[in-house]
Write a protein that binds this ligand. Structure first.
Ligand code: PMP
Length: 440
């Protein structure tokens, strides 16, 4: 066991051997409550028999057929299911193997759309600081996380970044949430005018920011104004729902709660729920028709596009999220999780903010609650919290370390939607234990 390239070469992880419900087990038999679903992946928990049986049945029938030659029933029915619940105007689904691939496909599709309609000058994207869109090169370029990009800076495509909608740190004293939302949304217009709208392909954003900020929802009206600006200047709105989509925030698509529709939306993580690697890029009828009536070919593709076994698993997942009622459960249990977090930590001297929607919650950890002063990054509070939680048998997803001086450390919680009341209590109590150990 010495040839896997590990994530951290100086700290090898334990060997995971078994998953059951909301728990994972390592080879020593230690139990871990999966408080973050890995990285907001395992929405159904770890041992759903229906997904497992669907995978087995599909493999028995046909594991794989290349989309250069065939479509398949699992891919067709999954696309139908997704479109039945997708934001208005979204009409086609392009299947990939994960989130970064979904974003990469979205960026290329957006560029090709403008080529098809005779606007080849458009080459730039606008995105937001403190966002994450994936680790492949174009996805990385649109992300707003400086330290991730720095080593690869010479390889990045042209992207400008505007402020995120981050109420806890961005809203000024006396400013209403609505006025704040308009102010930061209007940065998009300013940037468009600076670049020349005719040079811009689109704006990409996560409706609820995940990995970089820890479950930060937009203020009311922010995305309505963003949609208005995109329409006024003729650019595409790409929403990255890789983390916040698939029921995580209490609706199948997070954008539903903003009352707007994107031109392109990306999903992954919860789509396969960890049972299979799958993501998707969904687009409007107008985008699809531009290609259909133009070159007739999306100039993109990977070997595992539309993988039948992955689609068979995701078909069961989406069925459970929709008519199976699990998205509704994510909303209800998410509110219980929020109440439990508020009761335990709202007055904690080092918890500055508790936020999120549905089964997607974040806690911002600060040195000083009153001033919102973050901890010194050298203290690596986020890593210490991750370790303390892990030792206590809780998986949570910590990020931060004030990388850009504009935020504190945070903990992202994204448990399986099947979590029980008792497991919520267990999660909060283990988190409390970790806070005691690291923050006092
Ligand atoms: N977009 C968002 C919003 C994400 O949170 C992530 C993963 N954290 C990605 C894209 C990339 O997904 P993947 O890791 O599956 O490539």
């Amino acid at each position: 066991m010495n040839h896997v390239f590990p994530r951290h070469t100086k700290a090898l992880p334990p060997v995971a051997v078994r998953g059951e419900g909301s728990y994972l087990y390592d080879e020593s038999g230690k139990q871990y409550l999966d408080g973050s679903g890995g990285a907001a992946v395992s929405c159904l928990g770890h041992s759903d028999p229906d997904v497992i049986n669907a995978i087995k049945a599909q493999i028995d029938a046909m594991a794989f057929a290349h989309t250069g030659f065939f479509t398949s029933e699992p891919a067709e029915s999954l696309a139908d299911q997704l479109i039945a619940h997708a934001p208005e105007g979204i009409d086609r689904v392009y299947f990939v193997s994960g989130g970064s691939e979904a974003v990469e496909a979205a960026l290329k599709l957006a560029r090709q759309y403008f080529l098809e309609i005779g606007q080849p000058k458009r080459s730039r994207f606008i995105a937001r600081h403190q966002s994450y869109h994936g680790n492949t090169l174009a996805a990385l370029a649109t992300g707003g996380n400086a330290w991730r990009k720095e080593p690869f800076a010479p390889l990045m495509i042209g992207t400008s970044h505007i402020s995120p909608c981050y109420e806890y740190r961005g809203r000024e004293d006396g400013e209403t949430p609505e006025a704040y939302g308009l102010r930061v949304a209007n940065e998009l217009e300013e940037e468009l005018l600076r670049l020349g709208p005719e040079n811009v392909i689109g704006f990409i954003a996560e409706p609820v920011v995940g990995a970089t900020l820890g479950a930060v929802p937009p203020v009311p009206g922010y995305f309505k104004r963003v949609r208005e600006i995109c329409d006024q200047y003729g650019i595409l709105l790409i929403l990255d729902e890789v983390m916040c989509g698939m029921g995580r925030t209490g609706t199948l698509f997070a954008s539903e709660q903003e009352g707007i529709s994107p031109d392109i939306v990306t999903i992954a993580k919860g789509l396969g729920a960890g049972y299979q690697p799958i993501g998707a890029t969904l687009c409007s009828k107008a985008i699809y028709e531009a290609i259909e009536n133009g070159s007739g070919f999306f100039q993109h593709g990977h070997t595992y596009v539309g993988h039948p076994t992955a689609c068979a698993a995701a078909n069961v997942v989406v069925g459970k999220l929709t008519h199976g009622g699990l998205t509704a459960r994510a909303k209800i249990m998410g509110e219980k999780l929020d109440s439990a977090l508020q009761a335990a930590f709202a007055q904690h001297p080092h918890i500055g903010d508790i936020r999120g929607r549905g089964m997607f919650r974040g806690l911002e950890v600060v040195e000083d609650r009153a001033t919102k002063q973050p901890f010194d990054p050298a203290l690596a509070i986020n890593n210490k919290l991750k370790k303390a939680c892990f030792n206590a048998g809780l998986i949570c997803y910590p990020m931060g370390g004030t990388i850009d001086g504009k935020r504190g450390d945070h903990i992202l919680l994204a448990p399986p939607f099947i979590i029980t009341d008792a497991q919520i209590d267990e999660l909060v109590s283990k988190l409390d234990q970790a806070f005691l150990e690291v923050l006092s």
